[in-house]
Design a protein around this ligand. Structure first.
Ligand code: NI
Length: 218
């Protein structure tokens, strides 16, 4: 992991913490953090890149063109009309990705019939090894509704940039296989493709289901 990526990842954490803090401080009595975040975002001018303008003046999210785990070319527009739960990671991840995908899977189960209105997306940051076939096999281990997305290194870089996801190869000492360091937030997008909520790594299925329910009518 280069020093630059370390600093960039740290800056992202600080930024996301500030956004989260702003939403927390500005929430109305009884209002959830997700609703507060959406309200704050709604108060700011529409962003140019298709992402949501965050209180700090930074946009998150945006257009992408990728390939799904069946090999079909897809864009962000294909997922409008449903809420999207997006997580970036890679199939060789030893710990964080399986934990987060498990939480997303449990969130879908908690939602019951409402889960039909949610599309979970797992976007790889390791397009070299994560082919559509590899992703298909992997996401099926967690939940039948999760779609895996890959692409060219350039397409993945563009998608990651839009969501401010940082990632870098790292090879542990004594290992011949590389790992990917990556930021691990989960993004909830509304039916319009705009950011509604951000979940820190370790957010519970209950928290995510509550935020999704709060956004079903929007
Ligand atoms: Ni991971």
């Amino acid at each position: 992991m280069t020093r630059f990526v370390r600093i960039a990842a740290l800056a992202l954490l600080v930024l996301l913490g500030a956004i989260w803090g702003a939403a927390w401080l500005n929430r109305n009595p009884g209002e959830g953090i997700g609703a507060s975040l959406a309200r704050l975002a709604g108060n700011t001018p529409p962003p140019s890149a298709g992402g949501v303008a965050m209180p700090a003046g930074v946009s998150l999210g945006g257009p992408f063109t990728l390939r799904d785990h069946t090999g079909r070319t897809v864009t962000d527009a294909d997922y409008r009309g449903k809420l999207a739960l997006i997580f970036f990671g890679f199939t060789f991840c030893p710990d964080v990705c399986p934990t987060e995908l498990q939480a997303i899977s449990q969130t879908m189960d908690l939602l019951g019939a409402q889960a039909d209105q949610v599309q979970p997306l797992f976007i790889t940051v390791d397009p070299e090894r994560d082919t559509p076939a590899k992703l298909a096999e992997y996401v099926a281990l967690f939940h039948p509704r999760i779609t895996g997305l890959t692409g060219t290194p350039e397409q993945i870089a563009a998608a990651a940039r839009a969501f401010r996801v940082y990632y870098a190869k790292s090879t542990p000492q004594g290992s011949s296989e590389y790992l990917m360091d990556h930021s691990a937030f989960t993004y909830l997008l509304g039916r319009d493709g705009r950011l509604r909520s951000l979940f820190r790594p370790g957010a519970t299925p209950e928290e995510m289901a509550a935020a999704i329910r709060a956004n079903l009518a929007t």
